[in-house]
Every structure is written in C-alpha cells, then in structure tokens.
Ligand binder design. Structure first.
Ligand SMILES: [Fe+2]
Length: 382
C-alpha cells in the first residue's frame, strides 16, 4: 500500500536523553525551559527512589515546584481538568511527567490544554489543536507505552466512559528522558504486559499499511531489543542491562508506531479496555498471538522480517512464539480475565467500535465486523 516512493514525514521528541542515570538530568533540562515546574506523577511512582530524588533536586534548583499526583488509574478528562487547575494555581511554566503511560498522557494533556479553551474531550481525533503547548519533559517508569515519544493521548471521557484517542504532533515533548533505573522497579506483571504491548507496537508499525522506511528502522530494532531483554528483566528486575534493552526497545517501537500506525490488535484491544476495564498492555498481550496468526497472510514478506527480528526463521512461527512468551511470563489468557460468554455478549458492539477507531484499516489483512467478532471468539478460546 505505502510503497517506499510515497511521501512521508517523521517526527521525534525535541531531545532524547537515554541511559542509566539520565533521570538526574531532569532538573537541568527543566530549568532550560522555565523556573516554575509542575511535576505530574502518581502516588506509586512518587515512591520510586529515583522519582523522589528527582523531585527533591527540582525543589532545590527551581523557583517553585508543585506535584500533581492524583491519577488513580487510566486517565480521564477529570484528571486532566484537575491537573490544569494545579498547573495554573502554581503559576507553572514547565510540565515534567514522571510515570507510566497514564501519567505521561495526563502530563501531555495538561501542557497542551493550558494553551487551549474548552476541555481535552473537545480535541478528540486528529490534529484538532490550534496552537502549541507549554514546555514538556517526559520520563517513563514503565517500558511499554512509548508515550514519551508518541503524538498520542488515550483518555477516557469521565462523564460517558468513552475512551478517546487524541493525535497531534504537538504532543511530542521537548525532552524525553529514558532511564533504565526508572523502570527497574516495575513489578513482574507490569513488566510482562507492558513489554508485550511494546513488542505489539513494533510489529503493528512494521506490518501497517502505513509503514515507512524510517519508522521501519525503529520498529525492527525495538522488537529485537525487547525480545532480547524482556524475559531477563521479568526474571530479575534488577538486571539493568535487560531493563535498558526493554526501555530503549519500548522507546523505539513507540517512535515507530507514532510515525506509521498501529493496526488491528490495538483496534480490538481498546474496546476490551473500555468494556471490561482491562489495562491496555494486558489487553494487547492477550490478543497478540491469535490476531497475528490471522493477519500473517496479508503481509508475508514483512512478517518474515519480523520473524527474523524475533530470532525465528519463519513467519508461521511467530504466533506460537508470542504465545509461549506470554505463558512463560504468566500473562493470563483472555478467558481467565473475562468469561467468554460475557465477552461474546458484546463482541459485535466491540467489533464495530474497533473498526470505527480506524486502526484496523491499517492492517495488512482487511477485517470486517464479522471477522473481528470471530477473532474475539478465537481469542476467548485460546
Ligand atoms: Fe499499546
């Protein structure tokens, strides 16, 4: 579809600072952007020693530091509105997001909504913002969403419980800081599901109909690094070289899908998250093997390249390999989390939501509503 003669664009955060100890650079990077700082985090992240030390260093160096940590789970429009109140009450100039995907998405939303009227829900969709955002630094504490390097925010409308995707290049931060020390405290279940989500980003970016040569480089490298580091990081969370491979891998696959796209798996996982309150990474991890098996015939040569990035020789080996990877890291099956009859009772509605989201349209094998219903059924039996 997107042959390499087709024009494309490629965007990155303004600066990447990557590697062990780079979290200590946050204060100096923040002060280059402003003297009054709002730190966006959550209560769990704030207990990570490196996060606490960063906030303490900021307090010493900046004119004023406020902390907004009231983000209880997947972010909603309410958290964004409250965070914006905190930003303005502090007369802040810079937003520093320190946390997982929910925290980073909230930080992005606060930085841009300070410059826009209305609520974040008014900007759902693509390229709806009219001007820029406040200075923004993002540092992830999980290796998964790649939010520090994507143009996306996933946010739930608190009044209606509808999950929205907001896409704009202005949501890329000025500085992304990826320090393996910040992800070293992730518990095993988060390491597994967010790591497989990150592999899904790389695979979907690479097989997407909107693939492009520059994003391809990041997708394949990210898949390789995640494949190399993920199980070792799951076995021993203190293995910093394994954590580094997952953190850099997730950064690279985030860059990849931000510039190309995700596809059918993300399209199908969002409704599961919305209807059954399943965390994003887990929903993707549970769908990945079965949906990949179905999609293979749409892009055999591209999947063959993905297979090599995973250390396999044949595209047909990918689904079984990914299923074993999930099993080895004790990722639950879909049927263990959602009773199949409950899933299938809303499968057609979820399938329509999935198709409407647009992501399945990027899949190399085209999926109808009936196909998606059958795939939910197959995932429920896997
Ligand atoms: Fe994802």
């Amino acid at each position: 579809m997107n042959e390499h003669s087709a024009p494309y664009e490629f965007h990155l955060p303004g600066v990447l600072r990557v590697g062990v100890g780079t979290h200590t650079l946050i204060p100096e990077e923040a002060l280059l952007l402003g003297r009054r700082v709002l730190v966006v985090t959550d209560a769990n992240c704030a207990r990570i020693p490196e996060v606490a030390a960063t906030i303490a260093s900021l307090r010493e160096a900046a004119d004023a530091v406020s902390v907004f940590d009231a983000i209880p789970g997947e972010p909603t429009t309410r958290e964004v509105a409250n965070g914006l109140v905190a930003f303005r009450a502090a007369d802040a100039e810079v937003v520093v997001g320190l946390g997982g995907g929910a925290v980073l998405d909230t930080a992005k939303a606060i930085a841009i909504m300070d410059q826009h009227a209305g609520t974040i829900g008014d900007y759902a969709g693509r390229d709806r913002f009219t001007t820029g955002r406040r200075p923004l630094i993002l540092a992830p504490t999980t290796a998964g969403t790649g939010s520090e390097a994507t143009r996306h925010i996933a946010i739930t409308e608190s009044a209606t419980n509808v999950k929205m995707l907001i896409t704009d290049w202005r949501l890329l931060p000025d500085v992304a800081i990826v320090d393996p020390l910040l992800v070293a405290g992730s518990p095993r279940s988060v390491t597994a599901s967010s790591g497989i989500d990150a592999i899904t980003h790389g695979i979907e970016a690479y097989i997407s109909r909107r693939h492009q040569p520059t994003a391809d480089l990041f997708a394949l490298d990210g898949i390789e690094q995640l494949n190399r580091g993920l199980q070792a990081a799951w076995q021993d969370g203190a293995d910093i070289s394994a954590r580094a491979a997952t953190a850099i891998g997730a950064l690279h696959t985030g860059i990849a899908f931000s510039n190309s796209s995700v596809a059918l798996i993300h399209g199908m996982s969002r409704p599961i998250g919305a209807y059954f309150h399943i965390p994003h990474g887990l929903a993707n991890a549970m769908l990945l093997p079965t949906v990949t098996a179905w999609s293979l015939e749409g892009a055999p040569a591209r999947y063959a390249t993905v297979a090599r990035a995973l250390g396999l020789t044949d595209a047909g080996d990918i689904p079984g390999y990914l299923a074993r990877l999930g099993d080895d890291m004790k990722v639950p099956r879909l049927r263990d989390v959602v009773p199949p009859e409950r899933l299938m009772a809303v499968a057609e509605k979820m399938a329509r939501d999935a198709i409407e989201s647009g992501s399945p349209g990027n899949n190399p094998r085209e999926a109808s509503v009936d196909d998606v219903v059958r795939l939910y059924d197959a995932c429920a039996r896997a």
